[in-house]
Design a protein around this ligand. Structure first.
Ligand code: NAD
Length: 336
């Protein structure tokens, strides 16, 4: 197929060109984000390949359809950025990569928690300036702490396994509890109990109408004072303004976030010489106990190899008229 890639970086081109050798699709890489203004670039292509912050709105999909595009291949797991009803109406099929090294994201969530706790980012800078003082670097043992996990699918399960290895008590909330995890020692509880008991809370659920702003003023008030919150799922699961208020009072003791509600205007770009107009992220980054990474949980060699291979396989299978098993079923858009 002829495929137009949007929101691409050097690493997308590197991995996709490398793995396309065995698929022989025609690939064209655009740096532009896909939205109604850039959708005309897809003219003459059979498929578009998109990422988390591309805007597959009704307007974009209708332009893509008029330009002859028949397939949207997501090179990610989440599909909250697609208007699935509009895709159905325009006859555009949607495929995704439901699982690619859940360990990559789970390990990144752990990295955020360890960094916030032991302040290795600050220690690194200090010793480079010959400051060997330990003042204000004190952390806490993870052993025997209670870790709450919301969403125990692929990534949440990998995260639970790591935290059990640290000797933590792991409690979890999911509408579909996993008997395997329960056997390994994960205790499923109500959301309320999870909020009350967790020393560290890690989010691994998708963004849906149920989970949008699941973490808000009211839920912060039910948590332990000084709780650590880690979010590698989707930004809008947390009400960011409420998180800032909770940080100001100390109710929220640490915040590690790999995803952010308004990330599409910031993440994956070098804005080091620009004025950041988003005052919320600017305020967040002013806190000493907040650590932001720019949606890099998935960014390992192993995960990228799988993303490229599965995406190209999905496209080849659809081209042959077969079922790739990774088609996103048409249903009302879960995140709108
Ligand atoms: P998954 O589908 O395997 O697991 C999601 C789990 O969440 C399921 O067990 C589901 O039952 C549960 N869930 C759904 N609604 C819930 C609710 N209201 N409350 C509690 N649990 C609920 O998905 P996954 O592969 O583990 O990925 C989880 C999320 O991680 C994705 O949806 C995506 O948003 C995010 N993600 C982030 C990155 C990154 O780089 N930071 C990469 C991949 C995925």
């Amino acid at each position: 197929m002829k495929i137009a890639f949007f929101s691409t970086k050097s690493y997308d081109r590197y991995f996709f060109e490398r793995y396309n050798a065995s698929f022989n699709h025609t690939l064209c890489f655009y740096e532009a984000q896909l939205n109604p203004d850039t959708a005309p670039l897809a003219e003459g292509f059979d498929a578009v390949c998109v990422f988390v912050n591309d805007q597959l709105t009704r307007a974009t999909l209708s332009i893509l359809s008029r330009k002859g595009v028949r397939l949207v291949a997501l090179r990610c797991a989440g599909f909250n950025n697609i208007d699935l009803a509009a895709a159905r109406e325009t006859g555009i099929r949607v495929v995704r990569v439901p699982a690619y090294s859940p360990h990559a994201i789970a390990e990144h969530a752990v990295a955020l928690a360890l960094t916030l706790n032991r302040k290795t980012h600050k220690a690194y800078n200090r010793v480079r300036e010959n400051n060997f003082s330990l003042e204000k670097l004190i952390g806490f043992d993870l052993w025997q702490k209670t870790v709450g996990v919301i969403g125990t699918g692929q990534i949440g399960a990998a995260f639970c396994a790591i935290m059990l290895g640290f000797g933590c008590r792991v409690i979890a909330y999911d509408s579909f509890p996993s008997p395997k995890l329960a056997d390994r020692g994960v205790e499923y509880t109500s959301l309320d109990t999870l909020f009350q008991r967790s020393d560290i809370l890690s989010l691994h659920c998708p963004l849906t109408p149920d989970t949008r702003h699941l973490i808000n003023k009211e839920s912060f008030s039910r948590m332990k004072k000084g709780v650590m919150l880690i979010n590698t799922s989707r930004g809008a699961v947390i009400d960011t303004k409420d998180a800032i208020d909770a940080l100001k009072t100390g109710q929220l003791g640490y915040l590690g976030m790999d995803v952010y509600e308004q990330e599409e205007n910031l993440f994956f770009r070098d804005l080091s010489e620009s004025i950041i107009e988003d005052d919320i992220i600017a305020r967040l980054m002013s806190f000493p106990n907040v650590l932001v990474t720019a949606h890099q949980g998935f960014f390992t060699n192993e995960a990228f190899e799988q993303i490229a291979t599965i995406t190209l396989q999905n496209i080849s299978t659809v081209e042959k008229g077969a079922d790739c098993g990774n088609e996103v079923p048409y249903q009302p858009n879960p995140s709108l």
